[in-house]
Every structure is written in structure tokens, then in C-alpha cells.
Ligand binder design. Sequence first.
Ligand code: HPA
Ligand code: ZN
Length: 367
Amino acid sequence: MVNMKQTPPSYSTHPTHPDMNPVIFDPALQSFINELPKAELHVHIEGTLEPTMLLDLAQRNSVHTEYRNTEQLQQAYRFGNLQDFLDIYYTGTGVLCCEQDFYELTRAYLQKARQQNILHTEIMFDPQTHCARGLAFSTVISGIHRACEEARGKFGISSHLILCFLRHLDEQSAFATLEAAADYRPWITAIGLDSSEQGNPPEKFRSVFAEATKQGYHKVAHAGEEGPAAYIWQALQLLQVDRIDHGNRALDDPKLITTLRDRQIPLTLCPLSNLQLKNIAHLHQHPLRSMLEQGLLVTVNSDDPAYFGGYLSRNLLAVATAQQLDREQILTLAKNSFTASFLDEPTKKRYLDHLQQYANNTSLNTP
Ligand code: HPA
Ligand code: ZN
């Protein structure tokens, strides 16, 4: 029996911190969410670098790190805003030095995906971060791709890759990255835009996104995470994106909500990320429930799970508990995750049928 009428637990501290408040989730809800067939559409592979792997790779690759143990790393994972996080996140990527490192990083994420019944994933990666350190584009993508193909064969998980441009760099650097990607075109499904949002509006990347359109890529962009609703408009109108990553600030603009609803533009929401980056003080305040009720096509994702205290199931569980979502709303989120993906229509249908079977055979009592 799920009793979701209890006072929702507090998530004011990082759930993986030693000093976190113990959080008790309803076991039936936990199992319903974990077994739920689902897709993840917004996860940065560099953001899945767990403290233990970071330290192991630092040692293996003789990379100096100021952190001596996982506790010290976790203590550092207290962020006041997006930039605080990005500074630590980019430093962390310095331990990734060869193809095998990217392979192991991606393999570890896909093993966790399997444990949560994630059937499909669209993985973001930041080649500019690595190429600036002297790595070849091929080193990065080959390791990630090899792990994805292995997971497809071993676990039946399908994966797409999203190449993200760093928006704090200039458009010329994004063009050079797009050119480097040309040899790997069949491995890359979409182009994205991430990193420091404030002061780096989507319009800065108008030409390179136009070129990506010519080359047949799907397109996504982080917008409205910290930046204003105007950046979401720019991503839609100037970059012609298929999906918005985050998009929380859409609720500031009723006309934008109407457009997102009418065009069924997906938003890839990341509740624990928003909490840890202080976009919200508590999951009660997250826009997810209001967006669902207004008919927006929203999905739940983990963003940078090693830094924000939880993978996809944990994000779903935390937000469903805090916002008292009912069974139908949770199923809608899973359905949206496949609908919003870049899978071809027959594959989408196959996954959606599988989800429907799960819904038919699995009960859950919610308010
Ligand atoms: N926002 C913007 N850029 C990012 C993020 C994020 O949450 N994670 C990794 N790069
Ligand atoms: Zn992100």
C-alpha cells in the first residue's frame, strides 16, 4: 500500500552527503518506479563520473587531484549555482585520458541504467572539454560508442549520442567541433548546447545550429535552467530545437506555455539537479507537477547523477513523493520519455507497448 499522504521528506541537503537527513521512501512506490520501463533523455556522461571512479582514474593516469578520498569529494559537491558546479565538473573530467576511460565511464552508467529498467538512453557528451586538454575527438567518441554497442548487445539497451557545444566558448569553436564530428556522423543523433547559461544566449549559436540542420542532426539546447524564458524562445525560434533541456523558466511566460503545449515540445526536467544547484529550495517548488497539469510534454532525467545525488529512478521517486504524483502521472512521465525520444516510430511503438503491458499488470495505490 502506498501512503502518499504523509508529510513528504525533506531534500534540503545532498542525498549522498554523510550528513543528509535519512529519507524513507515508500517501498511499493520505489519498486513501481524502478521496474517502470523508461528512457533517459538528459544525462551528461561526464556527470556520471562517481567519486570512486574519479579517484581510481586519477591514480591510474597519474593525474593530480586535491581530493584524497570520496568523503572529501562529496564535501566539495555543495553548489550555490550552476557555475559552482561546472567548475568542479570540468576539473573532474581531467582524469579521463584515453579511450578505455570513456568506455568504462559509459559502461558503468549503462549498467546502472539496466538496474533501473531504462530501455533507451540519449547520452550527452562535451568533446570541447576533452579536446582542449589535447585528446582527439576519436578517443572520446570511440570509448563512449563502444560501451553503448556492448550494452545494446548484452542488455538490449538502445543509446543515442548528443554532442553538446559549450556555450561559454565562441561559435567558431563549435563549428570546429561540428567539423571534427563529420567522420562519426552515423554515431551522433543530435547536437546540444550546455554549460554556463547566463550571458550566453542561444542566439550566439544560430549559424552553427543552422549548419547542423543542413547536416540532418536533431537539435536540443539547455534553456531556462538559470536563464530567462526569452532564452527558451530563442532556442525554439533561432535554433529550431526539437526539445528543450530543463526549461523550468517557461512557467514565467504564459504565451510560451501555450506554444510548448500546442507544439508538444518536450522538456527534459532534472529535479535533483535543480535542487542541488539552488534553482529551487525544495522539490515541492519544482515546476514539474504544474507543467504536467498544463499538458506540457515533460520528462524526468538525472542530468549529472554522480554530482546531484541520484540516477533517474531516484529523481522520479523523489519528485513523485514530494509532489504527491499519482500512478497515472508517473506512467505519463514514462510514456513521455519514449514519445520525446529520437527513436524511429516503430521502435517507439514497441517500447510504448511494453510500457502499456507493465501498466496493465502492475498495481500501485496512490492518492
Ligand atoms: N547545465 C548546463 N550545462 C551542463 C550541465 C547542466 O546542468 N551539466 C553538465 N553541463
Ligand atoms: Zn544538463
